[in-house]
Write a protein that binds this ligand. Structure first.
Ligand SMILES: C[S@@+](CC[C@H](N)C(=O)[O-])C[C@H]1O[C@@H](n2cnc3c(N)ncnc32)[C@H](O)[C@@H]1O
Length: 209
C-alpha cells in the first residue's frame, strides 16, 4: 500500500543540505540530473548504472524509502548517485543548496502525487513559488521533464510552469534523446504500472530560456 505524507506538515520544514558535490560524486563535473519524488530510488539506480557519464540526485519526502535506498548504496558501488530526504519545496530555501540548483542540467517529476481534492492542491510539488524559484536559479537551456497519468494534474503543472515566462515547451524535434539523462528510456516503477494497465501517459519537456 502506498502511504502519502502531507508535505505541508512541520516535520518537513527542516531539510539537510546536500554536501559539496566533490564529496558526493566521484566526478563532480558530470552533468547532474535531479529526480523529484524518487520513491524507492529504483529508477535512479538503473539510470546511474547505465549512464556513468551523468550524476543523479533523488529527493524523496518519505524518510524510510531514502534510508533503504542509502542502505542499498552501501552494499554496492555507486559513484554517481545520491539520495536526499525531505520536501523538495523547502529544499532550495537552504542557502547551502543554492549552488546545487545552478549546476543542474535537468529535473524530472515522474507521476507526482495528484492530490485530487481542490483544497489539497497546495500539497502538490509544482507550485507557482517553486516554479518561480526554478526560473530564477536554473541555468539557461536546462530542462524540466514532467510525466503523469492524471490529465488534470498534467494541465495544472503545464499551466503553472508556463506561467513563468522563463520556460517554454520543448518541441520533440528539438529534443536530443541521446544527450538526455535517460537515453535508454528507463521507466520508473509507476510508469511500468501505468503502461501495464494501459492508462494514458501525459508528458512534456520544458526548457529554461
Ligand atoms: C506517485 S509517487 C511516484 C514515484 C516515482 N517517481 C515513480 O514514478 O515511480 C510520488 C512520490 O513523490 C514523493 N513526494 C511527494 N511530495 C514530495 C515532496 N514535496 N518532496 C519530495 N518528494 C515528494 C512521494 O512520497 C512519492 O514517493
Amino acid at each position: 500500500m502506498r502511504q502519502h505524507v502531507n508535505p505541508l506538515s512541520k516535520n518537513f520544514f527542516e531539510i539537510d543540505p546536500i554536501p559539496p558535490l566533490s564529496e558526493v560524486f566521484e566526478n563532480p563535473n558530470l552533468p547532474i540530473h535531479l529526480d523529484i519524488g524518487s520513491a524507492s530510488g529504483d529508477f535512479l539506480f538503473e539510470l546511474s548504472f547505465k549512464n556513468k557519464n551523468w550524476n543523479y540526485i533523488g529527493i524523496e519526502i518519505r524518510e524510510k524509502l531514502v534510508i533503504n535506498a542509502n542502505l542499498k548504496m552501501k552494499n554496492r558501488e555507486y559513484k554517481n548517485l545520491y539520495f536526499s530526504f525531505g520536501n523538495v519545496n523547502n529544499f532550495f530555501d537552504h542557502t547551502k543548496n543554492k549552488p546545487l540548483i545552478n549546476s543542474i542540467t535537468s529535473i524530472s517529476l515522474n507521476f507526482p502525487d495528484p492530490w485530487f481534492k481542490k483544497k489539497h492542491h497546495k500539497r502538490r510539488v509544482i507550485q507557482p513559488k517553486f516554479v518561480n524559484f526554478l526560473s530564477n536559479s536554473m541555468q539557461k537551456s536546462s530542462l524540466i521533464f514532467i510525466k503523469t497519468d492524471v490529465k488534470e494534474l498534467f494541465k495544472y503543472m503545464e499551466l503553472t510552469i508556463l506561467e513563468s515566462t522563463k520556460f517554454k515547451k520543448l518541441d520533440n524535434k528539438d529534443f536530443l534523446l541521446n544527450e538526455s539523462f535517460n537515453p535508454n528510456k528507463v521507466q520508473s516503477n509507476r510508469e511500468k504500472y501505468v503502461l501495464l494497465n494501459q492508462f494514458e501517459i501525459y508528458e512534456s519537456i520544458y526548457i529554461k530560456i
